[in-house]
Design a protein around this ligand. Structure first.
Ligand SMILES: Nc1nc2c(c(=O)[nH]1)N[C@H]1C(S)=C(S)[C@@H](COP(=O)(O)OP(=O)(O)OC[C@H]3O[C@@H](n4cnc5c(=O)[nH]c(N)nc54)[C@H](O)[C@@H]3O)O[C@H]1N2
Ligand SMILES: Nc1nc2c(c(=O)[nH]1)N[C@H]1C(S)=C(S)[C@@H](COP(=O)(O)OP(=O)(O)OC[C@H]3O[C@@H](n4cnc5c(=O)[nH]c(N)nc54)[C@H](O)[C@@H]3O)O[C@H]1N2
Ligand code: SF4
Ligand SMILES: [Mo]
Length: 720
């Protein structure tokens, strides 16, 4: 038996893996895990199937005479250099782009190495999944608290009222609020007399559990949130807590937003909104939690900001049971300058960079629009933009036309089918794990480390070595440069940064002694060890190894003064760009008669895990949910096929008639559209589904963060 933190979603459950003859044969929840206490979901229970999957790549691939064939690591890396160097030489650094997909954040190797790689690739064409996900959250945190990663999470175990905008944690298991067992924790909230209110156009499983479900019209959340903040402020019962700046400006900014107008725009009864205000004012601990359904909407940043404001004006920001800031065990550097964005712009649509990234919504343009500065090559790590990103059909075409596509992925997926080189990382059980990102989003302070459960397949390399080799190539070193040498340099840089940082516990420490203590084995463990030693609890990696079920560091504690890094040293409740954007929202918006939203299923994980037979078996999950009235009007019957047409494309999907969706709203999950020529995922190909991102218009983006708009897409539907 061996213990392992699940890397598949943000819940980070502790797993207990049964080994037999050197293979993992069963996965259960680790009952003694300090955080998850035995909880797991169907995906975690099949983690070992990724190891066993015969389609998982076990050797690098290179394209030879048009086909991808297996080769040695040396040849594959030599090919990477041979492909990219001429592009850099002829067209400059920006001609080679970088796409970093979601699993990078769930992966210790990538969490520690992508920054070095980004620096080495030196391209303005950096794209990540963040700009179709949580970039609005980073921007609102940067402006309100001074750091894009200062993200407050709902204090789930102590709150008395949780108001959820656009999240479905019963399927997703939570996002930007790391907690194993959301179902259990939400039931516990209700058991202790607290309430759950869910605002979602769909009666999801989370909405079903809720005490109140408000089926909002998609895209109306920012208006509703502004009106709620306004109503709280006007009630005379608001609580201006300490550390807040801009109270008057916020009050002025939300003044034009009435509950009456919010009711007209959202389709929610005004009485329900008034009751919500009353609930918020009456609760001794309440948290407004906004997530993907609204962040990946037309007003992502405004919803994120106003959600925090709503908690703040009720006195629940940085208070137990409200929104609180985790205090993670690894060192977090504090910004030394005021946060800025827009230092560069994209070539075609002139969209500003945010956190050094350009919006994924313009990836297709950068791939396809000819001219100086066009992307000629792309390095794609743990991503599948051909399915997951907006304007997917054009992305697919753009990928097919590249001079060089280098992919790091365990599968020959819809993106990798266009690759010139594919470098496969080992599966989860063959690598150590620590959640650098999600520990900083967890609803309890804690630290957990899992060593590798299975020995590394001798035919594979640890992912950090793959990334170190790519870093070397991008820095102009020979492709055969030993990864250990690159690691030594990276470690040296990390160490000198920590020694020089006055907020690090290692400030001024003796580097030679530290080096002796962390050992000389190259790889991610000693980097992690350094970050832990530099952190606020004085932990070492050995401490975590000695506590295989994790170390609980207690409930979240108020810590705003420690978090705040704004120029004023306070929470900025009314950042000028947000106030400005909010004023535009007061004007009426054109409405569409039918809009498309996304949905998640507990057995799925974006565009992958669809090759695990036990997870995809059963009925087709890639169906179009249509309200009975909408179906009747359009002559659609249950089980028939519908054609869904948006401004940019059309797909055909089987119809599932259900009153779970609000009238005027249809729902289709993302991450499907498998079985394309050149892919190698036999099980997924037998359950292909359709690619909803062929409908996702890349033109509208959240103006404050560049985030893609994945929800509320105007569509027409009819019989297929
Ligand atoms: N319409 C619509 N589109 C959406 C969304 C939506 O709600 N609606 N959601 C968006 C969101 S929130 C996200 S985060 C994105 C996700 O989109 P992407 O970030 O592009 O990620 P995935 O599609 O999940 O593809 C992940 C790839 O990583 C590979 N992989 C898994 N583990 C590892 C590993 O350890 N190392 C490496 N190198 N590769 C690995 C998998 O095989 C898979 O091919 O999709 C977005 N797209
Ligand atoms: N099983 C599973 N778990 C996952 C993933 C997965 O693919 N499968 N993906 C992971 C990733 S990458 C992420 S980012 C998280 C996301 O996790 P969550 O943030 O929980 O997001 P979703 O589950 O997509 O739920 C979004 C909800 O928003 C609703 N919605 C759509 N438009 C609107 C709107 O305009 N207003 C309001 N109020 N609601 C709206 C949708 O109906 C949907 O129920 O999940 C993670 N966990
Ligand atoms: S809920 Fe998430 S972390 Fe927990 S077992 Fe399932 S996939 Fe893994
Ligand atoms: Mo995501």
């Amino acid at each position: 038996m061996a213990l392992r933190i699940c890397p598949l979603c943000e819940a980070t459950c502790g797993l207990d893996v049964t080994l037999q003859d050197g293979r993992a044969v069963k996965v259960r929840g680790d009952r003694e895990d300090v955080f998850s206490q035995g909880f797991l979901c169907p995906k975690g229970a099949r983690l070992h199937d990724l190891d066993a999957d015969p389609d998982r790549l076990r050797a690098p691939l290179v394209r030879r005479d048009g086909a991808l064939v297996e080769t040695s690591w040396d040849e594959a890396l030599a090919r990477v250099a041979a492909l990219l160097e001429p592009v850099w030489k002829a067209h400059g650094r920006d001609a080679v782009g970088l796409y970093l997909g979601n699993p990078n954040v769930h992966n210790l190797d990538a969490s520690l190495w992508t920054r070095a790689l980004i620096k080495a690739v030196r391209t303005k064409n950096l794209f990540t999944a963040s700009t179709m996900d949580q970039m609005p959250r980073h921007v609102s945190s940067a402006r309100m608290y001074g750091h894009p990663d200062s993200i407050p999470v709902p204090d789930l175990d102590r709150t008395r009222l949780l108001v959820v905008f656009g999240a479905n944690p019963l399927e997703s298991h939570g996002s930007l609020a790391t907690a194993p067992d959301w179902p259990g924790r939400l039931r516990a909230l209700q058991k202790r007399g607290g309430r759950l209110i869910v605002i979602d156009p769909v009666r999801t499983k989370t909405a079903e559990l809720a005490d109140v479900h408000l089926a909002i019209r998609p895209g109306a959340d920012a208006f509703v949130l502004a009106s709620l903040v306004n109503a709280v402020l006007r009630s005379g019962r608001a609580h201006p807590g300490p550390h807040l700046a801009g109270w008057q400006d916020l009050a002025a900014a939300v003044a034009p937003f009435s509950l009456d107008e919010a009711s007209r725009r959202s389709g929610l009864p005004v009485g329900a909104l008034e009751a919500l205000v009353e609930d918020l004012l009456a609760a001794d601990a309440a948290a407004a939690y906004t997530r993907l359904g609204v962040h990946a909407g037309p007003d992502g940043t405004l919803t994120s900001w106003l959600g925090d404001c709503l908690s703040a004006v009720c006195g629940h920001l940085d208070a137990p049971g409200g929104l609180m800031f985790p205090h993670t065990a690894t060192h977090q550097s504090r910004p030394t300058r005021a946060w800025v964005m827009g230092r560069r712009h994209s070539r075609v649509r002139h969209l500003p960079e945010v956190r050094g990234e350009l919006p994924v919504a313009t990836l297709a343009d950068e791939l396809l629009e000819p001219g100086e500065g066009q992307l000629r090559a792309l390095i794609c790590i743990a991503g599948n933009p051909a399915l997951s990103a907006p304007d997917a059909e054009r992305i697919d075409r753009g990928l097919a036309g590249l001079d060089a596509l280098v992919v790091v992925d365990p599968y020959l997926n819809e993106t990798a089918r266009h690759a010139h080189v594919v470098l496969p990382p080992p599966p989860p059980l063959q690598r150590p794990h620590y959640d650098l990102a999600f520990s900083n989003l967890a609803i309890r302070n804690l630290a957990r480390f899992s060593p590798a459960v299975l020995p590394l397949d001798p035919a594979l390399r640890p992912e950090w070595q793959i990334l170190a080799s790519l870093t070397a190539i991008a820095s102009g070193y020979p492709p055969q440069t030993p990864p250990a040498m690159v690691d030594e340099v990276a470690l040296g840089q990390l160490l000198s940064g920590l020694l020089a940082d006055p907020t690090s516990a290692l400030h001024g420490a003796d580097p030679e002694e530290l080096k002796r203590e962390i050992g000389s084995t190259p790889g991610v463990e000693r980097m992690l060890d350094l970050l832990l030693r530099a952190g606020p609890y004085g932990l070492t990696l050995q401490d975590l190894k000695d506590a295989p079920h994790g170390i609980d560091l207690g409930p979240l504690e108020p810590r705003l003064p420690d978090v705040l890094a704004t120029p004023s040293g306070k929470v900025e409740l009314a950042p000028e760009p947000f106030v400005h954007a909010l004023s535009a929202l007061a004007r009426p918006r054109p409405g569409a008669s039918l809009v498309l939203v996304g949905r998640r299923h507990v057995r799925s994980n974006n565009s992958w895990m669809h090759n695990v037979p036990k997870l995809v078996s059963g009925s087709d999950r890639c169906t179009l949910w249509v309200h009975p009235d909408d179906a009747r009007q359009r002559d659609l019957v249950d089980g028939s096929r519908a054609r869904v047409q948006s401004a940019i494309g059309a797909v055909e999907a089987p119809v599932e008639i259900t009153d779970r969706v609000r009238r005027g709203v249809v729902s289709l999950p993302h991450g499907w559209g498998h079985g394309l020529p050149g892919t190698r995922m036999g099980v997924a190909a037998a359950h292909p589904g359709v690619n909803t991102n062929r409908l996702t218009d890349p033109a509208p983006v959240d103006p404050l963060s560049g985030n893609a708009v994945l929800n509320g897409i105007p569509v027409e539907i009819g019989p297929g």
